[in-house]
Design a protein around this ligand. Structure first.
Ligand code: NAP
Length: 343
């Protein structure tokens, strides 16, 4: 049994972490919920149980075995080293440590073996990267990957609880012929699309787009893999969708790709276009698998394959993957419970 802290426990990811820990029966001895000073003294109720929220301070990690962090990059930058110094392992959902050479970036179905090199901090990938590498990892078993072109359709929950409220308010305002000023997404998102997530870089890409490129290469251990992304925010509450074009170094048939994905752990094929069956965010929200459909050959390239995937960004893109990492640490004997609890 382990002492677990959720850092960012009042956020959409933090709440999903709490739900997932309970649903997967992770062996929790003591649970500590941490958030900003704004929430300290409040509580959250889940499954009939009320949990107090405490302020996240450098001292808050005494006696904790494992920290599930999702309170933003600057908070992880500041607090993760204190948690590690206190003897905890930090599984960090923010972007801060992902590309650090000493920090494994892990999707357990793909590269759980990277956990063996951890030095206290393990990073969880971006919510679009996780489902993408699940699919790429399976398909590269059929033929080496040459190039990946991906366009993401990312839900507002990927930008946190305030962005979800913004979509709600803007939708209500628009239907009443009014306007609601954007504060958390750069432009109005209700009845709209915003092709800009995170800030722009000198190369013309956004940071979000380069996260998909760089993180995919790191997780797949393919530092030279050609990956190019366009990330778009869409007026959907939960689930990120991705249109993916993959070029292999030789032709891969749709039948082989289908068979490979149909047997893959964590992937569910939803591919019967004649009967209008393909993954859709509203129907996939609240479930664990990465759903794949619209598999078809690429008419523009003999070695190309197109597909469409949908995945719950709060689950496989965040909380589920983080807790699967914790489970993998336990399974690999890398997580030792404290003998003495000092909570
Ligand atoms: N949403 C996703 O799909 C997703 C997926 C992968 C990764 N992530 C990453 O996970 C992190 C959180 O995302 P989210 O969507 O859950 O955001 P959110 O709903 O806005 O929640 C943010 C959480 O961080 C806490 N927090 C903010 N400032 C803090 C501070 N100074 N000290 C301690 N806690 C603080 C908030 O506490 P208060 O309530 O007290 O303000 C809240 O619990 C981000 O880094 C995000 O990039 C998100």
């Amino acid at each position: 049994m382990y002492n677990v802290a959720i850092l960012g426990a009042t956020g959409v990811v933090g709440q999903e972490m709490l739900k997932t820990l309970i649903a997967r029966k992770f062996p929790v001895k003591e649970l500590k919920l941490l958030a900003s000073s704004r929430s300290a003294g409040t509580s959250v109720t889940f499954d009939g149980k009320t949990y107090p929220i405490e302020e996240a301070t450098p001292e808050a990690f005494a006696g904790i075995d494992i920290v599930l962090a999702s309170a933003g990059a600057s908070v992880s930058e500041k607090l993760a080293p204190h948690a590690v110094a206190a003897g905890a392992i930090v599984i960090d959902n923010t972007s801060f440590f992902r590309m650090h050479p000493d920090v494994p970036l892990v999707v357990p179905e793909v590269n759980a073996h990277h956990l063996d090199q951890h030095k206290g901090i393990i990073a969880n990938p971006n919510c679009s990267t996780a489902p993408l590498v699940m699919v790429l990892n399976e398909l590269r078993k059929l033929a080496p990957l040459r190039r990946v072109v991906v366009s993401t359709y990312q839900s507002v929950s990927g930008a946190g609880k305030e962005a979800m409220e913004e979509l709600r308010e803007q939708t209500r305002a628009a239907l009443n012929g009014e306007t609601h000023k954007p504060e958390h997404i750069v432009h109005p998102i209700a009845f709209n699309l915003v092709p800009a997530i995170d800030s722009f870089l000198d190369n013309g890409y956004t940071k979000e787009e380069m996260k998909v490129t760089n993180e995919s290469r790191k997780i797949l251990d393919e530092p030279d893999l050609a990956v190019t992304a366009t990330a778009v925010r869409v007026p959907v509450y939960i689930c990120h969708s991705e249109a993916v074009n993959i070029e292999f170094d030789r032709p891969v048939s749709v039948a082989d790709a289908r068979a490979q994905l149909a047997n893959a752990e964590g992937i569910e094929l939803m591919d019967d276009p004649a009967n209008n069956v393909y993954p859709r965010p509203m129907e996939c929200a609240g479930s664990d698998p990465t759903y794949v459909g619209r598999l078809r050959g690429d008419v523009s390239h003999p070695n190309g394959l197109n597909l469409w995937l949908v995945s719950d960004n709060l689950r496989k893109g965040a909380a589920l993957n983080a807790i699967q990492i914790a489970e993998a640490l336990v399974a690999r004997g890398l997580l030792k419970a404290r003998q003495e609890v000092a909570l």
